[in-house]
Design a protein around this ligand. Structure first.
Ligand code: JHZ
Length: 396
């Protein structure tokens, strides 16, 4: 049974930055009613409305994995571990974005899949074999014909973006070698619940996995999780190491059982947990608006830092406009001088001068808090304050 638990209101597509603010068209799927649901059988948390894939991932997709220092550094470390632990002859990355991970592998050993043409171009330019296609069974057959079986398939922040999970895992098992390993990482549902980071829900995150729900999905494909790593990236993620059930040469680590236990302790398998979460989200909204309105009342300007996809959910859910947050700064070239979807708030190119001229900054990219606090230590030193909503709205 599928039960709804969170209504985040009318939302635009999170990464569709506009040149000018304008009324968005519901018929054209530019806005949709964002609700979050819980499947009592599979324990999977998902969105109610699925947006046609071409509307989300196309040649104008702005998000670039290499825009922070944190992600390329994390990917470098991971690549070393993959090489050491699994010694892949061939590695396939699903959703290779601008190559932040794959660039750590030898070109002749790597295959990229990236549906957004503007991003696929980047890895092609770097010399990596790149399919500019959506991941599905047909592509997987094509890859098998060309490269035969693949021994490591890797995918970060992509699988939860694809609606048809059946097709995703069929395509993976089609091309994964007998003793091959699938590694996927995505934001952790448990961390989202703990941090009340409801902004993890936006049109691209069709699913938010827990280890429990992923185990249930994988069963059907004779796949199982044999290891899991907790990551601090993207607000708390899980990296799952997955193998075929019949492959007995790899042992299941203790960490997997511990993860299941922890998720059970937080009752991720129970609907009540999500109702409680909904209550906390409402509180979070009220508190954040109260903080921002107080600044406005005292004629103090607040700007935003990091126009993340998550920010789109917050601003639209809390109905925050440029009276409350004047503008955002962001380093992503394709977001520059465009408006956060659904709002009249412009994104300006990151410039130290803008930070120097500010006193109060809403931390949109809260998942990069450490990196940003380090970068903006002078702002903090001279008494500048950040505002965050995670795990609860406050000034820091
Ligand atoms: P960041 C995207 O989500 C979309 P977003 C996608 N759906 C997904 O799952 C995750 O990525 C992986 C900027 N920034 O990574 C860059 C600065 O300006 O939290 C980015 O625009 N200065 C695929 O958008 C944004 O913040 C900085 O110093 O929520 C961060 O976006 C830093 C560190 C970042 O992902």
């Amino acid at each position: 049974m599928i039960k709804r638990f969170l209504d985040l209101g009318m939302q635009p597509l999170a990464n569709k930055y506009l040149k000018r603010p304008r009324k968005l068209d519901r018929k054209n799927n530019e806005v949709y009613h964002l609700e979050v649901m819980f499947n009592t059988k599979t324990k999977l948390v998902s969105l109610n409305k699925k947006i046609p894939v071409k509307k989300m991932f196309n040649n104008k997709y702005p998000y670039r994995s290499s825009m922070s220092k944190t992600m390329p550094k994390a990917f470098k470390k991971l690549s070393k571990n993959i090489i050491k632990r699994f010694k892949p002859k061939k590695i396939l990355e699903i959703g290779s974005n601008d190559g932040a991970l794959i660039q750590n592998f030898k070109k002749e050993k790597a295959v990229c899949v990236e549906p957004c043409g503007n991003l696929a171009k980047i890895t092609k330019r770097k010399g990596f074999f790149t399919y500019s296609n959506y991941w599905n069974i047909n592509l997987s057959k094509k890859i098998k014909r060309k490269f035969n079986f693949i021994d490591v398939i890797y995918s970060a922040n992509t699988i939860t973006h694809i609606e048809n999970l059946d097709n995703v895992f069929k395509a993976i098992t089609n091309v994964l070698s007998k003793n091959g390993v699938l590694i996927i990482e995505d934001p952790s549902l448990l961390e989202c619940i703990k941090k009340v980071s409801y902004d993890q829900f936006y049109n691209e995150h069709i699913y938010l996995f827990s280890a429990i729900s992923l185990r249930n999905i994988l069963k059907k494909f004779n796949l199982e999780i044999f290891d899991v790593e907790k990551l601090s990236t993207h607000g708390g993620s899980l990296r799952y190491f997955i193998k075929r059930k019949e492959n007995k040469s790899i042992k299941i680590t203790k960490r997997v059982l511990e993860q299941f236990k922890e998720e059970a302790k937080y009752k991720l398998h129970k609907y009540e947990t999500y109702l409680n979460f909904k209550y906390k989200v409402k509180l979070s909204k009220t508190k954040l608006i109260r903080i921002l309105e107080k600044f406005k009342l005292h004629k103090k300007t607040v700007i935003g830092y990091g126009a993340t996809a998550k920010v789109t959910t917050i601003l639209n859910f809390c109905k925050i406009n440029k009276k409350l947050i004047e503008y955002f700064v962001d380093t992503t070239p394709d977001k520059k001088n465009k408006y956060v979807p659904g709002t009249n708030i412009i994104v300006k190119k990151y410039d130290k001068k803008l930070i120097n001229a500010s006193k109060y900054i809403f931390l949109g990219a809260w998942n990069f808090k450490n990196e940003i606090f380090k970068k903006e230590r002078n702002f903090i030193r001279r008494g500048g304050k950040f505002i965050t909503h995670v795990p609860y709205p406050r000034i820091i």
